[in-house]
Design a protein around this ligand. Structure first.
Ligand code: ZN
Length: 334
């Protein structure tokens, strides 16, 4: 086993993160209690005459929606994993990963009942749902595949459905308290309890308002939250000044496909991760880091110099020098 596997955490590989998210998806039963309106005929007596009227009654029924994602994935020509996990925004997946790991650690056993949904999938959804195309799960008006910014989560802890329901309640409360640390919240609270989204995204802002702490920095929220998230131990005042923090790529296409992510504490990308063990600011736009780096096959120490100038980052180490462009921040309003 490689040291990375032994560490039992996806230090960086996107594939590993996606696999973990998929396991969280797979373990959740796709069952829901939904309200169904039914029109029934009843006979009423009025003034001694009996007549038949139609009444609408609401019933709670269990719905098994296990078939829906596979059906939609097949229509899209993808595996279910590619569809439900791969259709979500990359940064959001990373947040989900950290959130789910924390929930697992807290003994709350998260399960995902829904990730990405395209317009077709949305059209066959039941219960609380947005108009087809408007869903932040990935509707066409929100950017479609690759831009899903919502997931539905429940707890799979408990033998019976009612035990799992109360575990889910506890889990949602936990997310209300701790979710922000992971950049995730519940936009609708108890109106749609399982639905979670980035706290700096449009959906959350529309329903719950903008976090003033995020707003005052003025940044786009996604970029800013990434900074806050990735540098939890850094002093808040310094965070916004660390200009190397963010996503970088050789060019814009690489930003889309495989950006590297740099935080105050680590850099990740191309199957390599580097943990910064010490950093020293050399100038207003230059830093020197000592780092431990690892890939699937090796580990090494690196002395890295980062320079940021005019939106470009120069990364120099014993292994060479590369220049990257800053990746555009994914708009949270897609
Ligand atoms: Zn949802």
């Amino acid at each position: 086993m490689s040291p990375l596997e032994a560490a039992d955490e996806c230090v960086l590989s996107e594939e590993c993160i996606d696999q973990y998210l998929w396991s969280v998806y797979e373990r959740a039963a796709k069952v829901d209690t939904i309200k169904v309106e039914e029109r029934i005929k009843v006979t009423v007596e009025k003034n001694g005459k009996s007549r038949t009227v139609t009444k609408t009654v609401t019933k709670l029924v269990n719905e098994d929606f296990t078939w829906k994602d596979p059906d939609a994935a097949q229509k899209a020509g993808m595996s279910v994993a590619q569809y439900v996990i791969g259709g979500m925004d990359r940064g959001f997946r990373l947040r989900l990963y950290h959130l789910f790991r924390a929930l697992d650690d807290a003994g709350l056993a998260p399960g995902m009942t829904s990730g990405f949904r395209d317009d077709y999938r949305q059209s066959i959804a039941s219960g609380n749902k947005a108009v087809t195309g408007n869903s932040y799960h990935g509707g066409s008006r929100r950017g479609g595949y690759g831009h899903g910014l919502a997931a539905d989560v429940v707890s799979v802890k408990g033998e019976t459905r009612s035990e799992r329901c109360s575990s889910s309640d506890r889990m949602w409360k936990w997310i209300d308290v701790h979710g922000k640390e992971f950049g995730i919240g519940r936009p609708y609270l108890d109106k749609d309890p399982p639905h979670i989204a980035p706290i700096d995204g449009q959906e959350y802002a529309d329903k719950r308002g903008v976090d003033p702490k995020l707003a005052e920095k003025g940044g786009t929220a996604t970029g800013l939250a990434e900074q806050l998230l990735r540098a939890p131990n850094a002093k808040a005042a310094n965070r916004s000044k660390i200009s190397f923090i963010g996503g970088w790529g050789g060019d814009v296409a690489e930003c889309r496909d495989s950006p590297i992510t740099i935080t105050a504490r680590r850099a990740e990308g191309f199957g390599v991760s580097c943990e910064f063990h010490s950093s020293q600011r050399e100038s207003s736009n230059g830093w020197r880091m000592r780092a431990k780096c690892s890939s699937n096959t090796e580990r090494w120490n690196a002395n890295i110099r980062l320079t940021v100038s005019a939106g470009k980052l120069t990364w120099s180490s014993e292994r060479g020098t590369t220049t990257y462009v800053r990746c555009p921040v994914v708009s949270a309003s897609r």
